[in-house]
Design a protein around this ligand. Sequence first.
Ligand code: ZN
Length: 140
Amino acid sequence: MDIQNINDLVSQPDVCRCCLSANGKWDLTTSYISESGTKEIYSEMLQECYGITLSHIKDWATSHMVCSLCVGQLRDACSFRNQVLSASNCFAEYYNKAKESLIKSEDNIDLLQPVSESFAEELLIPNDGKLMNSTYLYII
Ligand SMILES: [Zn+2]
């Protein structure tokens, strides 16, 4: 695509700012409510999901439009991003609870015993023939 064709596309009022098709249907700066009832501002979604700030999005001479295909891709991307963040939060919460539980358990340990070699063998703890003095078994 040569520079004249690009200029012709970009100068169109309904050009999609995300793919340069002439199918821009939705204003990137307007707030919409999705079918699921979620408020969507596509320019903000681009910023949140990808860190992209569209140039001259508030200027009157440039298109503010995005096509339906790009809106679908943006929704999917944001949904995936939120899914990953939610999963990550679950792991963080699990880790923090497990860590907290371990700390509480350690407070209640009455006896911290060194593991005998025979007991380690019974538990199939690999010890390369010898246990280190720092090997302990936590009895909870
Ligand atoms: Zn598009």
